[in-house]
Design a protein around this ligand. Sequence first.
Ligand code: PRX
Length: 655
Amino acid sequence: MNQRPNNSLSLSDNDSFYSPSDDFAQQARVSSMTQYRQMHEMSLQKPELFWGAEARELHWFTPWNQLLNWESPHAQWFTEAKTNLAFNCLDRHLEAGLGEKAAILWEGEPGDTRAISYKELHQEVCKLANVLQSSGIGAESRVIIYMPMIPEATVAMLACARIGAVHSVVFGGFSADSIRDRIEDSGAELVITADTGWRRGKTVPLKENVDKAISSNSQIKKVIVYQRTNTPVSMQAGRDTWWHDEMASAPGQHEAAKLDAEHPLFILYTSGSTGKPKGILHTTAGYMVGTYTTCKYVFDLRKDDVYWCTADVGWITGHSYITYGPLLNGVTQVMYEGAPNYPDFSRFWSIVETYKVSIFYTAPTAIRAFIKAGDEFIKDHDLSSLRLLGTVGEPINPAAWHWYYETIGNSRCPIVDTWWQTETGAIMIAPLPGATPIRPGTATQPFFGIDAAVLDENGNPCPPGVAGKLVIQKPWPSMLRTIYGDDDRYRDTYWSDYPGKYTTGDGAIMDEHGNISIVGRLDDVLNVSGHRLGTAEIESALVAHPLVAEAAVIGAPHELKGEAIVCFVTLKAAESQSPSLSSELREHVGQSIGAIAKPDQIYFTSGLPKTRSGKIMRRLLKELVNTGEITGNLSTIEDPHVLEELKATVLGVSS
Ligand code: PRX
């Protein structure tokens, strides 16, 4: 039964590869590396065969006449086809007689529960689709969804997809300013939110944040408010309506729109290397086929699985592996509203036990928090239903991997370390659990149809073991189509390093077996608890504070979060520095972006190291914080004296 460490594949370093157990492999969809290699080769050589076969498992109102129309860097997949994602997530299963199957087993943070069948979910989605249409929302109208982790978030996304409206989900932890930016950039007309949501026993003021975001903005015509906690909120007559009132009179039948394959599906904002988040645009058919196929193979789904992805629908993982991938596959999934440590660190394990979760997908940052909390929160829970574990969002350090494998998986569940991005829409590099030998901390092999390479500055493949830039050399169905409203930025950011190839922004190393390990971001993007934050975004929030003249933000290793946010700040007037200024600036950043962006450390300094052309030399700050020294090339620095002060500040004084 146990996974057997397979040292014959071990490289020169210490960590061995773990091959799938015979039991697991025998029942898996892909059960050997030979099979994986044949299928991978075929998927690259004959994409029509591979993607065509996968796509035909789904429903199409009109079939495609060409798999791919590629005019770099713009792709159209499944050209001329007509389909509907919500139809494929719901109606298709009803037609197959699966209406009574549980789609969502939901648990609220206070302990309330709901089981929602595919039939019930379909009914709710149809009703909301009718509500949206009668509110004047049509194909391509943009809708902001700012919701807690409740089934209605999924209903809202699917209702948009059903009528062809473009959803833009804003993570419930983001601030009013972040909502406002996203409303303005997307040109949204309607917001779906809740009175408040639960988080660690407290309520999160969702409706209040929406009110602040749209107070000076008339483009939002309607706000639909779900009553989650019954907290009183202000309702503006003529603009705000209650979800339950709207749904009470809405018909439960709705004919899904027959949408073009390239019909826009959603915009999801993510951080880049400038101050302004990028609106990543995904479209219908390619995203549908990509999430369906990756979910099926990477999680090796079976009919009776109980699948649980612990992400939030506000991030891409929640889009692809809570809302779309699992529902396209007709699986039963668990959805949990609250914090992993509420009321204590046993919450996740009691959920696994109660619902008999068989596939569990989470982030390394959560795993590290559980390790720190101690194994006593786990030992009383029966985790024997688990058969497969997954991770996403950041590299998993070997110590966390081993704990996850042994303590949660009881040394019998494969771990799929899945590498992908908001932009890629679906998993790109990951083991196939019945086939791929796994090495802790390594995302391993590219998925079918994915042509991944690690290149040097000249575009040549790096030799095995040498780090370079991770690129994808061919288009894939679930790829982003553009940055909403900024196609030039799309070309510059992703397609300008090597002609015709997609630059991921990540560094990676490939070994002689083709296994890929992710080294981390190469641009000014931090990965804090598996979430992307641009250093420029935090810097612009800091300099918007009236006392701040300049700011430089860097990442430093953090035991739990992966990366910590470290800020260097110069003030307009040195005398304005007060003992409370650090916490004031932390709050200020929290207000302008969201709590996840609050700095961990703020150093005040009279100057920042700059080049003669005035560019802040963040690499020196990074080196100083990470090693306590500055040894790098200093020839371009304008004023070397600032370094002495910085050293004294970082090594001696803490903010
Ligand atoms: O740096 C990589 C890291 O997360 C980035 C993408 O972030 P985001 O668009 O927010 O999507 C996160 C969830 C898919 C990547 O550029 N990353 C993601 N997964 C992994 C990872 N780094 C290492 N290993 C992973 N499995």
